[in-house]
Design a protein around this ligand. Structure first.
Ligand code: HQG
Length: 174
């Protein structure tokens, strides 16, 4: 059986950060031809389909024709995912760790190496995201107030909420 986790990590690396490492180029929306990817990574179509289907966060999406693939979010290379802005739920959550809090209270949430700040609809997901780095701290984002003040949010194909930044006045720890 395909090692889904190992292949997923490789796909994330290539499709989000370093397509050039295997001689690929993403188009402006992040897509690459499936056939090119299979050749570059020496995967079969069946292996790729299994990884796309079984990936725990549905990180990869095929287009309608099944001939192109992209990462649904998390890029550090410049891509325009092309999602229309969507009005978010009134509150969203962000998982982080204690050691980043001083900077976060001072300057708000910043995207880091990725394109956007990643937010979730539920506390549990935010807790898991924070726990990747240590004991998780969950911050509540007043998405309703941000929307009133003109911020635009998009939602990736796998349900992650994305925004350019979250200024500190919209954040609370509770
Ligand atoms: C922190 C994974 C200092 C922020 C996860 C986070 C997620 C600041 C880190 C997705 C800061 C950035 C994204 C500031 C934010 N000063 N630190 N002003 N603003 N930070 O990995 O949200 O498995 O880029 O709290 O599940 O942790 O890749 O973002 O700790 O969905 O699909 O800077 O990545 O998904 O880290 O994770 P990241 P994230 P995948």
């Amino acid at each position: 059986m395909t090692d889904v986790v190992r292949v997923s990590k490789r796909l994330s690396y290539v499709l989000r950060h370093h397509p050039d490492s295997v001689g690929l180029t993403l188009d402006e929306h992040g897509w690459v031809a499936v056939d090119d990817l299979l050749g570059a990574l020496r995967l079969t179509r069946a292996e790729l389909d299994e990884v796309v289907a079984r990936n725990d966060k549905r990180r990869f999406a095929l287009d309608e024709t099944g001939t192109r693939i992209r990462a649904s979010q998390g890029h550090s290379v410049p891509v325009d995912l092309g999602h229309a802005p969507v009005v978010p739920p009134d509150e969203l959550f962000h998982g982080t760790v204690e050691r980043f809090l001083a900077a976060i209270w001072a300057e708000g949430l910043r995207p880091g190496a990725r394109h956007a700040v990643h937010l979730s609809v539920d506390r549990e997901t935010a807790e898991q995201v924070g726990a990747r780095r240590g004991r998780p701290v969950v911050l509540r984002v007043d998405a309703a107030a941000m929307t009133r003040d003109g911020a635009t949010f998009t939602r990736s194909a796998n349900g992650v909420w994305l925004v350019d930044a979250v200024p500190p006045q919209y954040l609370t720890r509770r």
